[in-house]
Design a protein around this ligand. Structure first.
Ligand SMILES: Nc1ncnc2c1ncn2[C@@H]1O[C@H](COP(=O)(O)OP(=O)(O)OP(=O)(O)O)[C@@H](O)[C@H]1O
Length: 887
C-alpha cells in the first residue's frame, strides 16, 4: 500500500492545486461579471431594447450560475491519456460548464462535452478524437474521480477513486489527509503507530460503496461506460432503458436531461430541430414518475444538475390526465363545461381482465371512430349534394368529390376541405340567423304574454342542473352551445333556444325528444309555450341541413373534438355486443380513468397526424388552427418517463404524443419485473406498440445492493417466474454485506415494534449517524399504528420515527420512516423492513411477488422481514437465505 500511496500522492497534489486554481478563476469571473452586470451595464450593452435586456439578464444569470457551481465544485474527474505518438495529456472535467482556465499542462472540459466520455472509460481503453482534421486514438492511462470539498479555506478531495496502469483502483477518503501523511517526519513511536492505523483507513484497496444516509437519489457525478454511452445518445433518440433494480437507470435519465438541456452540447441539427430559443428549450421537458414520493425523491438530483424542476415539469400521469381531460381537451364535466362525462376512479365500466388486452381495445375504438367519422362525413356530403336547394347541392358536390376520394380521415383530405369550409361557413351563418330569429320571435311572444316567463324558466332549469345529461342531443352542434351562461335570464334564454332546436329537429325527423334529460324535462314544462307546428317543421328542416353543412365548416375540430362523443357511442355498441365493457351496473355518464386515457390518446394521435401530415393547416389562418395549436402548446422537446412499466401502454403512448414532432425525443426507463400495477406495460411488444422505432438498451451493473441482497433479489425473481435479469455486481471491494433477516409469528404491533427496534439498534451500532431506514407496511391504515408503536420503543435509543402518510412527505433524515409499500417505487435506503409480508401475499395475490421484489430491492445493505404467521408458500424455498439478527 505504501508503494501505491507514493504513486498517487503526486496525483493528489496536482488535483488539490487544480481545484484551487479553477475555483479561484471562477470566483474572479463571478466578481467581474457581477460588477459589470449592474443596470447601467445592461443599458449600455443593449441600447435599452427590452428583448436585449431580458436576454442579457438571462445570460448573466446562467453564467453566474455556472461560475458559482465551478467555485463550489471545480472538477469531478481527472484523466491522463497518451496518444499514438506517446504524447501525454491530462484532462480535468467539471460537472457542467467548462472551467474558465488555461494551463499549458492541463486541459479543462465539461463532462457533458464529447471528450467527457474519457472520464467513463477504464484504464487501458481508447477513445477517438479528431485533432487538426485527423483521427487520433487516446488511451486512458490514469483515471481519478473525486468530490472536491472546501474545508478551512483549503481544498480537499473526498471519496476519491484512483486507478492507474500500475496501481489501484484505490478509494481515498481524503486526498489532503494522504498528502499530510507524507509531511510527518518527527513523529513519536506512539504517533506513528496511531497514524499508521488512520492512514490505512484513509486509503483502501478497491472501490468502496457509500452508505445511504439521506433519502434522495445519490450523487453519481461520473457514469459508467454503458450508462455514459446512453446518456450521450443524440437528442432525437427514442430510448427504453431496461435494467434490474439499482442499475442506475434513474441516475442516467437525470444526467441525460441535464446534458440535453445545455444547448452548448447540442449539435447544429439538434439546435435547428428544437425550434425554440435557448430559454424555451430549458423549460421544454416533462418527466413522469408513477408516484408523488419518487418526484420528491429525485428533486434534489435535479438541483445538483442545475435543472430548475417546478412541479409542472415532474408529473404523475394521474395529475396530468385530469388536467388534459378537463382543461385542455375539455371532455370532462366541469362548472363551465356541460360535457356529460364524469371520471370516477372506481367506475365499474370495464370488463374483467381487460388490462391484458388493452392495446386491442384501444385499436378497436380508434379504428371504429375513424371509420365512423368518415362514413358520417360521406353521408353528409351525399345528402347535401342531393339537396333541392341549388346552393346547398353545389357545395355538397364539391365536398363529396373530396370525401369520396379516400376511405379514412387523412391530412391531405382535410387540407382540400379547407377552401370549401369557409364558403359553407358563410351559408350556415345565414341559415342560423334565420332559424335563431324564428325561435327568438317565439320566445318574445311568450315574454309579451307573461312577464314572469323568463324568471320562472330560470328557476325551473336551475333545479334541472343535477340531472345527468344522458340524452345530450347528438346533433346539437358545439357552435350552438358555446359560452352558455350558467344562471339567470340569459341562461333561461339559452335553454329555450336549445330546447326549441331539439324539438324542431325531432319534428323534422318525426321523432320524439327523450323525456329523461334536462332538455326533455324543459320541453315538458314548456307545454304549449313552444313554437307553432309549422314553424317547428320549417326550423327543424333547416337545422338538419345546417347540421349536415356544419360537418364541413370545421372538419378538423369535428374530427378531434367529437372523439369523446364517439367514444360514448362506441361503448354503448360494444357493451351491447358483450365486448370490453361490463354489461351493466354503471351510469352512462361514468367513465373510468383508463377510458379517459383511451380518449386522450385517440385525440392526441389524431391531432399529431394532422400537425405532421399537413403543416399548412396550422401555418395558415384556417379554422383548424386552434384545434391543432392546442396540441402544439403541449409539446415538449424532451419527454422522459421513470419506472415506465408502471404506466399502461396507452398512458405511455399519450406521453410519447407530447414529444415535439421535430425531435420526438423520448427516454423511458424501467424493469418489467418491477411492474406493480396490473395495467402497467408487460413486455417489449407493449413498448414497441407505444413507439415502433423505440431503441431498447440494457444496463446490467447493479450498484445498489450487497452480494447477499443481490442474490436474494435474483432468487425472488426466479421463484415468482419473472424474467431472469443479467445483472452483475460492480467491482466494489465491499460487496460482502449481511444476510437478510426474518421473524415469524409477529402478530401485533408491539411485538413487531420491539423486533424492529432491536434490529435498528444493531444497525445503529455500526454508524456515527443513523443511515436511512424505511419500514414498509401493507396498507395506508397501518402507517400510523406501526409508527406509533415503533416510536415508543425507539424513544429509548433517542431515535425518532416518522409516519409518511399517502407517500406525500419524505420525512426527516435521521428518523426511521414508515411508508405504505405502494409508494416506494424507485427509492433507495440503507435498510428496509417489510412488515407482515404474509398478509400482503393474501391481500394482493396477483401483485405480491412484484411488491416483494420492489420492496426488497430498495435496501442497499440491511433487509428485514416479518411474518404474522409464516413465509408465504411461494417464498418457502428461500428460507435458507435468511438469518435471525445482525448482532
Ligand atoms: N455508475 C455508477 N457507479 C456507482 N454507483 C452508481 C452508478 N450509477 C448509479 N449508481 C448508484 O446506484 C444506485 C441506484 O441508482 P438508480 O436509483 O438510478 O437505479 P435504478 O436503476 O433507477 O433503480 P430502480 O430500478 O430500483 O429504480 C444509486 O445509489 C446510484 O447513485
Amino acid at each position: 500500500m505504501q508503494e501505491t500511496e507514493a504513486q498517487i500522492r503526486p496525483v493528489a497534489d496536482e488535483c488539490l492545486t487544480t481545484f484551487a486554481k479553477v475555483a479561484d478563476a471562477a470566483s474572479l469571473k463571478l466578481q467581474d461579471l457581477r460588477a459589470r452586470s449592474g443596470p447601467e451595464a445592461v443599458v449600455r450593452n443593449t441600447w435599452n431594447e427590452t428583448a436585449g435586456v431580458d436576454n442579457h439578464r438571462r445570460l448573466t444569470r446562467e453564467i453566474d450560475g455556472e461560475y458559482r457551481s465551478l467555485a463550489a465544485e471545480p472538477a469531478i474527474a481527472r484523466v491522463l491519456v497518451v496518444d499514438e505518438d506517446g504524447q501525454e495529456a491530462i484532462y480535468y472535467f467539471a460537472r457542467a460548464a467548462a472551467p474558465p482556465v488555461t494551463d499549458e499542462r492541463l486541459k479543462f472540459a465539461s463532462y457533458r462535452s464529447p471528450v467527457g466520455r474519457l472520464a467513463e472509460l477504464d484504464v487501458g481503453e481508447t477513445f477517438l478524437v479528431t485533432r487538426g482534421g485527423e483521427d487520433v486514438f487516446l488511451e486512458v492511462v490514469e483515471r481519478a474521480r473525486f468530490q472536491p470539498f472546501l474545508s478551512n479555506q483549503e481544498w480537499d478531495g473526498r471519496n476519491a477513486v484512483l486507478e492507474g496502469e500500475a496501481y489501484g483502483p484505490v478509494t481515498v477518503d481524503s486526498l489532503r489527509a494522504l498528502l499530510e501523511t507524507a509531511d510527518r517526519i518527527d513523529e513519536t513511536a506512539l504517533d506513528a503507530l496511531l497514524s499508521e492505523e488512520s492512514d490505512a483507513a484513509n486509503v483502501r484497496d478497491g472501490v468502496r460503496r457509500g452508505v445511504v444516509l439521506r433519502m434522495g437519489l445519490r450523487d453519481q457525478p461520473v457514469l459508467d461506460r454503458y450508462q455514459g454511452e446512453i446518456f450521450r445518445m443524440p437528442l432525437r433518440s427514442r430510448l427504453l432503458i431496461l435494467g434490474a433494480p439499482g442499475t442506475g437507470k434513474t441516475t442516467t435519465l437525470i444526467r441525460r436531461l441535464g446534458q440535453k438541456l445545455d444547448v452548448v452540447h447540442l449539435d447544429e441539427d439538434e439546435r435547428r430541430e428544437i425550434r425554440s430559443s435557448e430559454e424555451e428549450h430549458a423549460h421544454s421537458w416533462i418527466m413522469f414518475t408513477p408516484t408523488e414520493l419518487l418526484r420528491l425523491y429525485v428533486k434534489e438530483a435535479f438541483n445538483r444538475e442545475d435543472i430548475p424542476a417546478p412541479d409542472d415539469r415532474i408529473r404523475t400521469w394521474t395529475e396530468l390526465r385530469g388536467d388534459l381531460a378537463r382543461n385542455h381537451f375539455r371532455f370532462l364535466r366541469s362548472p363551465t363545461n356541460r360535457s356529460p362525462l364524469v371520471m370516477k376512479n372506481d367506475a365499474p365500466t370495464l370488463a374483467d381482465k381487460l388490462e391484458l388486452d388493452q392495446r386491442a381495445w384501444f385499436e378497436d375504438f380508434d379504428q371504429w371512430q375513424r371509420v365512423t367519422f368518415w362514413e358520417e362525413l360521406r353521408d353528409a356530403a351525399k345528402n347535401l349534394s342531393e339537396h333541392p336547394s341549388a346552393d346547398v347541392a353545389s357545395l355538397g358536390r364539391r365536398v363529396r368529390t373530396i370525401v369520396d376520394a379516400v376511405r379514412m380521415p387523412q391530412a391531405g383530405a382535410f387540407v382540400s376541405l379547407m377552401p370549401v369550409a369557409s364558403d359553407i361557413g358563410a351559408l350556415v351563418a345565414d341559415m342560423k340567423a334565420l332559424t335563431d330569429g324564428k325561435i327568438r320571435g317565439a320566445l318574445n311572444l311568450q315574454v309579451n304574454r307573461d312577464r314572469e316567463f323568463l324568471d320562472d324558466m330560470a328557476s325551473f332549469i336551475s333545479e334541472l342542473k343535477e340531472l345527468p345529461d344522458d340524452d345530450i342531443d347528438q346533433d346539437a352542434d358545439e357552435d350552438e352551445d358555446e359560452n352558455q351562461p350558467p344562471v339567470g335570464r340569459a341562461a333561461a334564454m339559452a335553454a329555450y333556444l336549445r330546447s326549441m332546436r331539439s324539438l324542431a329537429r325531432a319534428r323534422a325527423r318525426k321523432r320524439n325528444v327523450s323525456r329523461r334529460g334536462p332538455t326533455g324535462r324543459l320541453i315538458e314544462w314548456l307545454g304549449d309555450r313552444t313554437m307553432s307546428d309549422e314553424d317547428l317543421q320549417e326550423v327543424g328542416a333547416s337545422l338538419l341541413v345546417q347540421t349536415a353543412l356544419r360537418s364541413f365548416t370545421n372538419p378538423v375540430r369535428r374530427y378531434v373534438d367529437r372523439i369523446p362523443a364517439r367514444y360514448r357511442r362506441f361503448r354503448r355498441t360494444r357493451q351491447g355486443e358483450g365486448r370490453w365493457y361490463q354489461a351493466d351496473g354503471f351510469a352512462l355518464t361514468d367513465i373510468h380513468p383508463h377510458e379517459v386515457d383511451v380518449i386522450l390518446l385517440s385525440m392526441m394521435r389524431a391531432t399529431n397526424e394532422l400537425v405532421t401530415g399537413a403543416r399548412s393547416l396550422i401555418d395558415m389562418e384556417t379554422s383548424a388552427r386552434p384545434t391543432l395549436e392546442r396540441m402544439t402548446q403541449l409539446y415538449r422537446t424532451q419527454v422522459l418517463v421513470d419506472e415506465a412499466t408502471d404506466f399502461s401502454p396507452i398512458q405511455l403512448a399519450c406521453m410519447a404524443s407530447l414529444a415535439r414532432p421535430d425531435t420526438r425525443s423520448f427516454f423511458a426507463c424501467g424493469d418489467f419485473n418491477q411492474r406493480v400495477t396490473s395495467w402497467g406495460a408487460r413486455s417489449d411488444e407493449d413498448m414497441k406498440w407505444v413507439l415502433p422505432d423505440l431503441n431498447t438498451r440494457r444496463v446490467t451493473v447493479a450498484y445498489r445492493q450487497s452480494q447477499q441482497l443481490h442474490n436474494l433479489a435474483r432468487q425472488l425473481v426466479a421463484v415468482s417466474g419473472g424474467s431472469e435479469d443479467d445483472a452483475v455486481l460492480p467491482d466494489f471491494a465491499d460487496n460482502e454485506g449481511v444476510r437478510p433477516v426474518l421473524a415469524r409469528g409477529l402478530e401485533n404491533n408491539q411485538d413487531i415494534a420491539s423486533w424492529l427496534a432491536q434490529r435498528i439498534a444493531e444497525i445503529d451500532a455500526n454508524f456515527d449517524d443513523l443511515p436511512s431506514i424505511a419500514v414498509l407496511v401493507n396498507t395506508e391504515d397501518a402507517v400510523r399504528p406501526v409508527s406509533d408503536a415503533l416510536g415508543d420503543v425507539l424513544a429509548d435509543y433517542n431515535i425518532s420515527v416518522e409516519a409518511c402518510h399517502d407517500g406525500r412527505i419524505k420525512g426527516r433524515d435521521g428518523a426511521v420512516r414508515v411508508f405504505h409499500v405502494e409508494h416506494i417505487k424507485g427509492l433507495e435506503f440503507e435498510a428496509v423492513f417489510f412488515v407482515s409480508i404474509d398478509e400482503l401475499a393474501k391481500a394482493l395475490p396477483g401483485l405480491f411477488d412484484k411488491y416483494l421484489y420492489v420492496g426488497a430491492t430498495r435496501a442497499a445493505t440491511y433487509l428485514g422481514m416479518t411474518c404474522r404467521d409464516d413465509l408465504p408458500a411461494s417464498m418457502a424455498p428461500l428460507e435458507g437465505l435468511f438469518g435471525e439478527d445482525w448482532s
